[in-house]
Write a protein that binds this ligand. Structure first.
Ligand SMILES: Nc1ncnc2c1ncn2[C@@H]1O[C@H](COP(=O)(O)OP(=O)(O)OP(=O)(O)O)[C@@H](O)[C@H]1O
Ligand SMILES: [Mg+2]
Length: 481
């Protein structure tokens, strides 16, 4: 795969992989004679000057997280306006890779969670919530010690999405109900939930919720009770089920109050004692720990009876909160975006050549067709299939120009459709999106025989341009297998 030779002073050795929004490279830093990993973010993110300010502020906060169980960020910069940051190279792969090899024992799960929980407790103390905990973001060094990576990235994604109007959903499989519902008031307990999902997946080898589409998974996190891991694995001690259910309680008041308490419960289950979890923990956490024990949470029955109406409103809130769309669809009076390939009737006959009065006038040279809005947003994996969401204006038609790709309308909100596009891993497909037809031959009486009526601008077009009112965008799928 082609990759740049250099990024800043760093020599690129290989591409490590692509996530939902960035490409990560293995590189060499000649200044310090060491291997590093470089995350290169999308160029579009820097288009808004405000994003640069946010990016620098956010990445500084992340770089200030100095903890033995957090992947350190060494440097930040941009190449020709494309932002990147440099971090420690983690040679041991990710927790996803480990889970792919099979289920993880209770003991190993407890050991990994113990470290991750302490790194999280430290960042929570500093006011930083991870918000995108998942096995892909737990990386191992060459000695198989786990570290948390991608702190603050969820927030950056959100900022970038909000400013560009594209928006990002996040990672549905690990998202707490309050995060999925768009609560503005997310606290560190969203990370307790994420850890609970990870424990479920480590012990069972599969995610707790699966559905055909990312949106389906999100809805299950909000509405479905936590699945019983004992149904899958009856040989597990019942406490494992209680721990997962407490960590993943829909009501965050019923969760462990912090990640340390969750790790202690896992240690107790695995080794019969809570262990000493003192790296970066707040002393006040200790006093709270005595009060908390793992207990079977009672999922509110009200949650279970959420009907279609509630579900729709939840989805609506979810979509709004996550800024999946541009703030407002183009209204009829809005000018087309300047970068849009607007067609103009450049070859229109002059006024003197215009036909008799009974016909509409020919389009003036500067008459343009409005261009549809279409924006690919987040890329996720659900049930091992890649999905990319695309926001288009409601009423626009769409067509996938690739035999292996499909897109379907997943939801509609604020005058926009969200399309869920899928196909084989890493597929790059073209999607043609058109405004409702502005050119029509139906109303023949409006124009002379050799012209077509442009209903949008109420004038005649001599040569109907191919694809007027349409755009073609590239939709990329990520790799899941
Ligand atoms: N510091 C690192 N050292 C070594 N490999 C890394 C490092 N950071 C990321 N990677 C690898 O690079 C690939 C892409 O990572 P990235 O964080 O972009 O994606 P992700 O975590 O799967 O998704 P998301 O963008 O939703 O967080 C993954 O395979 C990951 O394991
Ligand atoms: Mg990551």
């Amino acid at each position: 795969m082609a990759f740049p030779e250099k990024i800043g002073r760093y020599t690129i050795k290989a591409e490590l992989g692509r996530g939902g929004m960035a490409t990560v490279y293995h590189a060499f830093d000649p200044s310090f004679d060491r291997e590093v990993a470089i995350k290169l973010l999308p160029r579009e993110m820097m288009h808004d000057p405000q994003f640069r300010v946010r990016f620098e502020r956010e990445i500084k906060m992340v770089a200030a997280l100095e903890h033995p169980f957090i992947v350190p960020v060494y440097d930040v910069g941009d190449v020709d306006g494309q932002p990147y940051f440099v971090m420690r190279y983690m040679a041991g792969g990710s927790l996803s890779n480990l889970i792919e090899q099979g289920k993880v024992s209770i003991e190993d799960t407890a050991r990994i969670i113990e470290r991750i929980a302490q790194g999280l407790a430290y960042s929570h103390k500093k006011g930083i919530i991870h918000r995108d905990l998942k096995p892909d973001n737990i990386l191992f060094d060459e000695n198989d010690n786990p570290f948390i990576s991608d702190f603050g990235i969820a927030k950056l994604k959100e900022a970038g999405g909000g400013l560009t109007g594209s928006g990002v959903i996040g990672t549905p499989a690990y998202m707490s109900p309050e995060q999925a519902q768009g609560s503005g008031d997310i606290d560190s307990r969203t990370d307790v939930y994420g850890l609970g999902v990870i424990i479920y997946q480590m012990l069972s080898g599969q995610q707790p919720y699966s559905a055909d589409t990312p949106m389906g998974v999100v809805v299950k996190h909000i509405t479905e009770p936590v699945p019983e891991i004992l149904k899958l694995l009856p040989e597990l001690p019942p406490e494992a089920d209680a721990i997962i259910k407490t960590a993943m309680a829909k009501d965050r008041e019923k969760r462990y109050p912090n990640t340390i308490e969750l790790a202690k419960a896992m240690n107790k289950l695995a080794f019969g004692k809570e262990g000493d979890l003192t790296f970066g923990t707040d002393p006040s956490l200790k006093s709270r720990s005595e009060k908390i024990t793992a207990q079977s949470p009672r999922v509110k029955t009200g949650v279970l009876i959420a009907g279609g109406v509630l579900l729709l409103s939840v989805l609506g809130v979810f979509l709004l909160r996550n800024q999946l769309f541009a703030p407002d669809p183009l209204s009829a009076s809005d000018p087309p975006p300047s970068e849009a390939p607007a067609w103009t009737a450049a070859s229109s006959p002059t006024a003197t050549e215009q036909p008799a009065i009974s016909f509409a006038p020919f389009c003036a040279e500067d008459v343009a067709f409005s261009v549809p809005q279409a924006q690919a947003t987040n890329m996720v994996c659900t049930a091992k299939r890649p999905y990319t969401s695309v926001a288009i204006t409601e009423g626009s038609t769409f067509e996938v120009l690739h035999p292996d790709g499909t897109c379907r309308i997943e939801a509609t909100s604020r005058g926009n459709h969200v399309l869920s596009c899928t196909g084989p891993d890493f597929l790059v497909m073209e999607l043609k999106v058109c405004n409702p037809p502005a050119l029509s031959n139906d109303d023949l009486s409006q124009c002379s025989a050799d012209a077509t009526f442009n209903s949008e601008n109420q004038c005649c077009v001599p040569v109907p341009p191919e694809d007027a009112g349409c755009i073609v965008i590239e939709v990329r799928l990520r790799g899941c297998n």
